[in-house]
Design a protein around this ligand. Structure first.
Ligand code: 1CP
Length: 320
């Protein structure tokens, strides 16, 4: 699960001294933030502290954070001229700081803890690169898909090529698995999802070439499990709107499911957190190929004690 961030006082303390981008770009700081949740909780895995937007940044499209919240991309990619400003071949070389952070984390992590690398799906990255973000839906990206399919394909293929180079580099830098975040899958009309998103994800899965398992998270698209499985991913991660035991029954045995507690439950009291966690674990009891996770990332307002209660409930269940 996404586990670093503002809900932790130790993260906020570091953030008071360094900006998000400074922390993400500095291997020692990124490694430190990655390890913070593991020092507090008995988690099974660390996910490298970084962002999906490091890919557009490496291509020559920087981003910043708006005062009022949300992301500001330096420019929007809306024409062939805009696309021409972006680097594709060799862009991954400027992401070496992520590889350095991974090696630092691996050297400090116990052998029984997994280390996850990740990348955004090309569709989700295009949501930022073309529309500048998702707050008003994706009108420009969808219009481009419908009216200038050739430009849409060129943009998505450029992003995909960099993602492929990136996941190959991650696989060589000590990660145990790679998660692909298609966080804005739910904003794509169902009939276009294969063409607009999954075909590019499939290329990324192929680039990993079985070196490590790929976990595919497609928020709002858990119902499309057959299409998701067809990408070749080893595990399908779903949000909290999906009935997990039923998905487990339908998916082929060789594909794991990951999910899917509603992160908002962690805003409640500890008893509620324990009950909800136990209820999800009970619903999956005895079923193979299940990775407990949240249905999305931790919210900044979540009390750290509630995360502790959740992790303790999961680990004591496994050990009981
Ligand atoms: O200090 C802060 O407030 C920064 C908050 C923050 C954090 C902790 C951002 C800004 N990114 C991250 C780290 C991050 N982002 C990780 C590291 C792992 C971990 O949290 O432990 C990961 C995996 C991501 C991936 C990411 N970034 C996604 C996909 C995952 C998802 O949750 O669906 C997306 C959509 C982003 C973009 C992004 N980065 C940050 C924000 C606030 C956003 C969303 C902006 C938006 O709403 O459009």
């Amino acid at each position: 699960m996404r586990q670093a961030g503002r809900y932790l006082p130790e993260y906020r303390a570091l953030k008071a001294k360094h900006s998000f981008l400074e922390m993400a770009h500095t291997p020692e700081l990124a490694a430190e933030v990655t390890l913070q949740p593991l020092r507090r909780y008995a988690l099974d895995a660390a996910i490298i502290f970084s962002d999906i937007l490091v890919i557009p940044e490496a291509m020559g499209l920087p981003y910043s954070f708006r005062e009022e919240g949300g992301i500001q991309m330096a420019f929007s990619v809306r024409s062939r001229d805009d696309l021409g400003k972006l680097a594709v071949g060799g862009a991954v070389e400027s992401l070496d700081y992520v590889m350095q952070a991974l090696r630092l984390v691996r050297s400090e992590l116990k052998d029984d803890k997994a280390l996850l690398g990740f990348c955004g799906s090309p569709w989700t990255l295009a949501a930022y690169m073309v529309d500048g973000g998702v707050s008003g839906g994706l009108p420009t990206l969808m219009a481009m898909f419908r009216e200038d399919a050739q430009l849409f394909r060129e943009i998505l293929q450029s992003i995909t090529t960099v993602c492929c180079d990136y996941v190959r580099a991650l696989a060589e830098s000590g990660v145990d698995a790679i998660q692909i975040f298609d966080s804005w899958a739910g904003l794509c009309p169902d009939e276009f999802y294969q063409q607009a998103s999954l075909q590019w994800i499939e290329q990324i899965v192929r680039a990993v070439d079985g070196k490590v398992p790929v976990i595919l998270f497609a928020k709002g698209r858990g119902e499309n499990w057959q299409e998701l499985a067809a990408t070749g991913a080893s595990a399908i991660s779903v949000d909290w709107t999906i009935n997990l035991p039923s998905l487990r029954e339908q998916l082929p045995a060789k594909i794991a499911v990951q999910g899917n507690l509603d992160p908002a439950l962690l805003l409640g009291d500890e008893i509620l957190v324990r009950r909800a966690t136990q209820s999800l674990l009970a619903s999956m009891d005895g079923k193979r190929g299940f990775i407990f996770n949240l249905g999305h990332g931790l919210l900044p307002q979540i009390p750290p004690e509630n995360v502790g209660a959740l992790v303790e409930t999961v680990t004591s269940w496994r050990n009981s």
